[in-house]
Design a protein around this ligand. Structure first.
Ligand SMILES: [Zn+2]
Length: 305
């Protein structure tokens, strides 16, 4: 479908007799394949719970899904024939690392068409304004996260309100409702509302394939019960109900690769360096159970006080 076949290996051979488009296509594909074998590079460059802005090499997670974040903060690129989707933008400084990582993989920033988010805190969306400028992409947010993304100030209902750094606000192009599938060409990603860590947090689920082998990838939000000193989850029963419902949804998602906004929350480095890999049977269920335990413990402590 791309016209005259070209050689796979030699770039000088590629340059002869191929259309510019085809050379570009192959250069990008070969480069991406080189990166695919570079799981180990990220695991060696980064440590567990590493610095938020520390550069780490990008790598292929599976199929058209790439890790383009820093050592400490995840950002995910999902590529498609009608453009690419980027989930999360790191901190303001981390955005530069993410932009460079996308280009290192051979992808163009201008081909990023949609920006999505996990939860609306500065370590994950502080760099969105810069990335929106660099890419020209549209930003889609949950209804609850929209005012936070616009202003850069956390919601008053956020358990960590008052203790979070503000970040550059940006343009929100569209609100997405829960389970309203976001489509870009052949890409489709499903948002799941998972409030708890923040009111507007989203978990995303999509399918990535390598030939006939497809994996259901879940980018599950942090969901950890962290708050300011004065906040008590037990004072907000409706919020806790929605929190628990979100955890239940995560547990039940079709999920063969679990990714999280802080890579160490799902043991990414350990899974990459041990050779275990990122495909696992019940990662989402175990992740949700672990956090449910933390939430129970947190609420028990509050009622003991
Ligand atoms: Zn965070």
């Amino acid at each position: 479908m791309f016209g005259k076949p070209c050689g796979r290996r030699s770039s000088s051979y590629l340059a002869i007799g191929c259309s510019a488009f085809f050379v570009g296509f192959f250069a990008q594909t070969v480069l991406a394949q080189d990166q695919a074998s570079d799981f180990a590079g990220w695991a060696e460059s980064c440590s567990d719970w590493d610095d938020w802005d520390k550069p780490g090499p990008p790598f292929n997670i599976f199929g058209n899904t790439y890790y383009v974040g820093t050592c400490g903060i995840t950002a995910i690129l999902i590529t498609g024939d009608a453009g690419h989707v980027l989930i999360d933008g790191g901190t303001e400084a981390g955005a530069d690392v993410i932009a460079a990582n996308i280009q290192t993989l051979g992808f163009s920033l201008q081909d990023v068409k949609l920006l999505l988010h996990s939860h609306e805190h500065f370590d994950h969306v502080g760099g969105i304004a810069k990335l929106q400028q660099l890419t020209g992409a549209s930003l889609l947010t949950s209804a609850e996260a929209a005012p936070v993304l616009r202003t850069g100030v956390a919601a008053e209902s956020d358990p960590q309100a008052g203790m979070l750094e503000p970040f550059p606000g940006t343009r929100v192009d569209r609100i997405v409702a829960e389970y309203e599938v976001v489509q870009l060409g052949t890409l489709s990603l499903t948002p799941v509302a998972t409030p708890g860590h923040t009111p507007g947090a989203l978990t995303w689920q999509w399918l990535s394939c390598e030939a006939e082998n497809c994996q259901s990838i879940v980018y599950a939000d942090s969901l950890s019960p962290v708050s300011s000193d004065s906040y008590r989850f037990s004072d907000h029963p409706t919020y806790v109900d929605a929190y628990r419902a979100g955890l239940q949804k995560v547990a039940e998602l079709d999920c063969s690769i679990l990714l999280t906004p802080h890579p160490s929350a799902s043991d990414m480095r350990q899974r990459l360096s041990s050779g275990e890999g990122l495909v696992q049977a019940d990662g989402c269920r175990r992740y949700a159970e672990k956090i449910s335990g933390s939430l129970d413990a947190r609420i028990a402590r509050e009622t003991d006080d």
